[in-house]
Design a protein around this ligand. Sequence first.
Ligand code: HEC
Ligand code: HEC
Length: 328
Amino acid sequence: MRLSTSHIASLLLLSLLLMSCRGQLSEKPPISPQQNMQFQNRFNAQEQNEFFANNMAMRPPVEGTIARGKLRQNSELYQGRDENGNFVTEIPFELTQSFLYRGKERYDIYCTPCHGKTGDGQGIIMTGQYGYVPAPSYHRQASYDMPDGQFYSAITEGIRSMPAYNTQIKVEDRWAIVAYIRALQESRNVPREELEEYNVDIAQLETEYQALKERQEALAEERAAGAGEEEISAERGQQLYTANACQTCHSLDGTRLVGPSFAGLYGSERQFADGSSAVADEDYISNSIINPGSNVVEGYNNVMPPYNYLSDGEIQSLVEFIKAQSDN
Ligand code: HEC
Ligand code: HEC
């Protein structure tokens, strides 16, 4: 067979093509015959550039300008506060069923590990073994009185030891979560005669409630029976102090954190926000742990979560531990 010039040319081209398909990785940029401005000189983020007086290639935005999509002028929508900085009392979205369901979905994803499915603060972190500050229940008067904007702000900016969720949750979804928390709160406070208007099986609810109550009573009895054998000591109290994250709010060296220091607390005179006062004896301290809202120490906020899941022996051990902080 005679090879024509065109045959040779196509064979050559074919072998070139095959050579470039050997399945090897190449560090070099691919050959692109049509360059089209693909390769240009540019600066990487954080790179130096001596052209500018401060040697930084990255330029700050011109003063007074805002990037597209970053104008967040509506403080009620974005911060949950009005122009005077007060929390808004209304959700700036229409409360439709789909909005609420969206809120439920987001709530279940982001909030339940700590705040629990029903908002009672019994999420998985509450088992005590994780050493995280317990999340307070939404079914407290303080939470019922909290304006919508404050819930929104807790998600957006975080609150005390709770981190912010603004990078994970979009603005509209944050408001949807607030709406769902409100629904959770409402759901606990429906009068019996109103219940009949809803499509719920009241008899079934009552059976479930009865079963729950019986379980709780049995648990309480079990605890009471075991209480005699439970160890009560300052050492155990010290472990509980860390395991239940008391140290995030109460120091042992007199430093003021979110709550008062335990140093010198036992036996001292306590002043309360309502003007009354009391001496910090054992009863006062155990009551402060189980029922923190009952006496709010002057100069502090009513933010301590109730530790009513601790056993008597555990509370007594914490009291012993706190007493020991007044010995030195
Ligand atoms: C990792 C656990 C955790 C997650 C997840 C979490 N929280 Fe919290 N939250 C807490 C803790 C702990 C506190 C109490 C903080 C404190 O007092 O220091 C708290 C406090 C709050 C408060 C203030 C309650 C009060 O009565 O003072 C609100 C409101 C709140 N959370 C809303 C939310 C919402 C809404 C979500 C979901 C988007 C969420 N939290 C997710 C742990 C969590
Ligand atoms: C989220 C922060 C926080 C956590 C966690 C916390 N507390 Fe508190 N606690 C406070 C604040 C704030 C006060 C003062 C306001 C009040 O009296 O409710 C307080 C008050 C008290 C008081 C009364 C103090 C006084 O000066 O009279 C005792 C006792 C106490 N806490 C014990 C505990 C124990 C024990 C733990 C852990 C099992 C704990 N607290 C966890 C915030 C917290």
